[in-house]
Design a protein around this ligand. Structure first.
Ligand SMILES: CC(C)(COP(=O)(O)OP(=O)(O)OC[C@H]1O[C@@H](n2cnc3c(N)ncnc32)[C@H](O)[C@@H]1OP(=O)(O)O)[C@@H](O)C(=O)NCCC(=O)NCCS
Length: 231
């Protein structure tokens, strides 16, 4: 019988480096993930980091609204809408086997743009030990080396010093500022986002050896030629 990895190639992806392993979210991960979010995500001294404050919604398992139902809807939508024109990989990050956070990778018209976007978060108890930097380096290295990306973009709310430091340490450079809207429990809020971008020329690779499994089937699934059509 076919395995789930063979039926749905994103599940076959495994990016490992040092104590970290990144894999696409599976339903079996959900109880651990929900508990992690329940324990807190945001550093209270830093600005709210997301477009929507999903991590601060009322904890209401089994109800149609609140956390985790709204987040489940989002994670499952990503899986249901995978397509070469637009795909999102919600990568669960495990450190020595323990689920500590998520690293997202998103692309639109990748064949033409050779561009990916990233977003990430860690459970509050796992901040400040180098995990945020390493998981970003792992996913950026994967995008450059295995997918043939030309650049990776990210952004952080001005004042989010932790995210700014991760970007700087991974070799990102500033790419302009813009005003964006955050959707919070108190309504819409306007904030300034700092855009950042990293290319193979500026990328700071992790100091640990990295291994990737399942990239070839994923490239086929996403209709990606490893080499850009033109650089
Ligand atoms: C952003 C985040 C992923 C960073 O992960 P992390 O594992 O804490 O980061 P690292 O341990 O790799 O540290 C990276 C740098 O940030 C710095 N840093 C961490 N927390 C900080 C804080 N509260 N204020 C200032 N700097 C901070 C660290 O000192 C380190 O820099 P250094 O090595 O030069 O000292 C994590 O803090 C997080 O999940 N935050 C909440 C969600 C979030 O902000 N996501 C980003 C959305 S853009």
């Amino acid at each position: 019988m076919l395995t789930l990895d063979e039926i749905f190639p994103p599940f076959a992806l495994r990016i490992s480096g040092g104590p970290l392993e990144l894999r696409v979210l599976r339903d079996d991960d959900l109880p651990e993930l929900v508990e992690l979010v329940r324990g807190g995500v945001q550093d209270p001294d830093l600005p709210m980091p997301f477009l929507r404050d999903w991590h601060q919604e009322p904890f209401a398992p089994g109800s149609p609204d609140g956390f985790p139902t709204t987040s489940l809807r989002w994670w499952w939508t990503q899986r249901a809408t995978f397509a070469p024109d637009e795909w999102r990989l919600a990568l669960v990050v495990r450190r020595d086997g323990e689920l500590v956070g998520m690293q997202d990778l998103h692309a639109q018209d990748f064949a033409q743009t050779r561009q990916v976007m990233t977003g990430s978060w860690l459970g509050r108890g796992h901040h400040g030990t180098g995990t945020g930097t390493l998981m970003r380096q792992l996913v950026v290295g994967f995008a450059f080396d295995e997918l043939g990306a030309g650049q990776c973009e990210s952004g952080y709310i001005v004042g989010n010093h932790a995210s700014a430091a991760v970007s700087r340490k991974a070799g990102y450079v500033d790419n302009g500022r813009r005003r964006i809207v955050q959707h919070t429990q108190q309504g819409k809020v306007g904030v300034v986002e700092q855009r950042v971008v990293v290319t193979p020329a500026t990328f700071v690779r992790p100091e640990v050896p990295v291994s990737v499994e399942g990239a070839e089937v994923l490239r086929r699934f996403f209709a990606i030629d490893r080499e850009p059509a033109e650089s």
